[in-house]
Design a protein around this ligand. Structure first.
Ligand SMILES: Nc1ncnc2c1ncn2[C@@H]1O[C@H](COP(=O)(O)OP(=O)(O)O)[C@@H](O)[C@H]1O
Ligand SMILES: [Mg+2]
Length: 241
């Protein structure tokens, strides 16, 4: 479905991604784990066309994404929930979620897409008329993921969906992620904290200083001393924030 091969990306003259490769198959839940600054957000921003790679390929069902603009990539059915959620403060919850049904008119009927988003995050249905500025961090995160879902995406990129959320709200977001995966959509989830990685992921990809240092099962990573040094570092890095 998505194939990233030897992707190299510079930001302001600094090499940030150093030839990363990863593959996502239909319906898979892939976790991209790495410490703060490892290059997870840069990977997502490159996939979404916000950054142009120096070299490498990003292909989506045989289309070369690296040549397309962000709106064209979204039109293909790749939904992005950024790290900072980026919910429109002057729109209501309902309007935020409806937006992609106006911009991407192919796919299933708008009403079906919106009701699916509310099925995944029932709390949002009660908050439909609430303004984007009147939401907690966890609610904004849910709106951001629900909005990506309403794109009728086949692949969702979720950048640190649990970052900065209160312990009470993490399970609500985690249930949503599990339900999205149950519905057959592929997900790539970026995480900096090993404790937030769901045990039912299909594949773990560990990134460190812009390089992929491990691709395989979660249990395989837990048994790999070199990888655990990095992952344990990811856990240790948590209190910094
Ligand atoms: N706009 C930018 N300008 C300069 N450096 C950047 C910029 N964005 C990211 N970086 C650098 O790229 C590296 C990777 O960042 P990022 O992809 O945000 O990491 P992660 O999401 O894994 O925490 C970091 O060293 C960061 O400082
Ligand atoms: Mg990040």
């Amino acid at each position: 479905m998505l194939n990233v091969s030897e992707l190299t990306v510079d930001i302001q003259g600094s090499r940030i991604l150093r030839g990363i490769s990863l593959e996502v198959r239909a319906g898979e839940l892939v976790c991209l784990l790495g410490r703060n600054g490892a290059g997870k957000t840069t990977t997502f921003r490159s996939l979404m066309g916000y950054l142009r790679p120096v070299s490498g390929r990003i292909s989506w069902e045989d289309k070369d994404l690296a040549r397309l603009s962000t709106w064209q990539i979204a039109q293909l059915g790749i939904g992005f929930s950024p790290e900072e959620s980026e919910v429109y403060a002057d729109l209501t919850v309902e309007e935020n979620i409806e937006l992609p049904t106006w911009t991407r008119t192919c796919g299933r009927p708008a009403a079906e897409r919106i009701s699916e988003a509310y099925r995944i995050f029932p709390k949002l249905e009660r908050y439909r008329k609430r303004g984007g500025a009147e939401l907690s961090g966890g609610e904004r995160k849910m709106v951001s993921i629900a909005r990506a879902l309403a794109l009728d995406a086949e692949l969702l990129l979720l950048d640190e969906p649990f970052e900065g959320l209160s312990p009470a709200i993490i399970p609500l977001v985690a249930e949503g992620v599990a339900a999205i995966r149950q519905s057959g959509k592929a997900i790539v989830m970026a995480e900096s904290n090993l404790h937030h990685v769901p045990d039912y992921i299909d594949k773990l990809v560990v990134i460190e200083r812009g390089e992929i240092i491990y691709t395989g099962s979660l249990s395989g990573a837990l048994g790999d001393v070199e990888v655990m040094k990095i992952i344990a570092g990811a856990v240790d890095a948590e209190p910094q924030t």
